[in-house]
Design a protein around this ligand. Structure first.
Ligand code: PRT
Length: 286
């Protein structure tokens, strides 16, 4: 039987949809029967295992899956031997310490002698140790944010994304322990044949991510401003410059990081740029 790479993704929850989407953007079609625990890709030697996010690091360490898409926070918390290959830009969150909003926060020493409820005991323990804090960790597996309200703890250590759960429960963020996003991880010992498949998949993922983070930029500029505009544009290489029908004007094309666009737009306009357009990029091969 020919070699197949086994990838674990979350069975259901916050990571699942975006995990399947990135595989799809990589051109991989999966026959996705509802409630299946396993599926095959039609056009890539890939088998998909649907598992719980919190179990994934262990399964990858043990070689049940070769690779996986999982939250970085879980990789850190579970302390298993896996390699983080690539962050994927979705399911972003922060692991935070929070306390009742009416409490006066006096700095890290506030937590000395306090009880903190969490589902992330290892990450919290490492943070407390690093900061020489003597707090009591109270491990609970869900609904951590209600712990202070029912007298179970003084504060909590939990994941935050929008912050609305903390707000609704009368809590405020006071310290950040780590930030996290979905990432691709692999087993530390992959066979050469599987490594070849993984390199192919990783190449596709990087192209998809690069395309998402960049835009194709077009603008028109007077010829005497081309040099100045070129100096403003943080493009891939040097931009393409093509003459316009209108005498003394050119069209400039380049690729720009999405996050940089709003920072340079005023400078472009100040240098005479007109008809500025950005276009999404399908795939970007680096
Ligand atoms: O059951 P399984 O083991 O598969 O998964 P899980 O219990 O880890 O489930 P899930 O689907 O809730 O979370 C999967 C992953 O999504 C997490 O491990 C994180 O990497 C990531 N993620 C991103 C989050 C959040 N954002 C998030 N906001 N995981 C949980 N939350 C919870 C948080 O615990 C709190 O209860 O959402 C609430 C706070 O959200 P805000 O928006 O109100 O701040």
């Amino acid at each position: 039987m020919s070699t197949r790479l086994k990838i674990a993704i979350q069975k259901s929850g916050r990571l699942q949809e975006d995990s399947l989407k990135i595989l799809k953007d990589c051109g991989i079609s999966i026959d996705n029967g509802k409630d299946q625990l396993k599926a095959q890709a039609r056009n890539f030697p890939l088998e998909v295992l649907y598992l719980r996010n919190s179990d994934i690091p262990e399964y990858v360490q043990d070689g049940v899956a070769d690779i996986a898409i999982v939250g970085e926070n879980v990789v850190i918390e579970k302390q298993k031997e896996v390699k983080v290959l690539q962050t994927l830009g979705f399911s972003k969150c922060r692991l935070k310490l929070a306390i009742p909003k009416d409490e006066e926060y006096t700095g890290l020493s506030y937590f000395n002698g306090k009880k903190i409820a969490t589902s992330y005991p290892n990450s919290l323990c490492a943070f407390l140790k690093e900061n020489n804090l003597d707090s009591e960790i109270h491990i609970i597996s869900g609904s951590v944010e209600i712990a202070p309200n029912i007298g179970l703890s003084d504060g909590i250590c939990d994941l935050v994304s929008s912050g609305s759960t903390l707000f609704k429960n009368g809590l405020k963020e006071v310290e950040q322990i780590l930030s996290s996003e979905a990432c691709l991880v692999s087993n530390k010992d992959i066979s050469d044949e599987k490594q070849e498949l993984l390199d192919n998949l990783l190449f596709r993922m990087k192209s998809v991510l690069a395309a998402k983070n960049n835009k194709y930029l077009l603008l028109n500029a007077p010829n005497d401003k081309i040099e100045a505009i070129n100096n403003i544009l943080p493009g891939m290489k040097s931009p393409t410059v093509m003459p316009l029908m209108q005498e003394g004007w050119s069209s400039i094309h380049t690729v720009i990081k999405d996050k940089d666009f709003w920072e340079v737009i005023d400078q472009l306009k100040a240098n005479g740029a007109e008809g500025i357009l950005t276009i999404p990029i399908g795939k970007m091969i680096l």
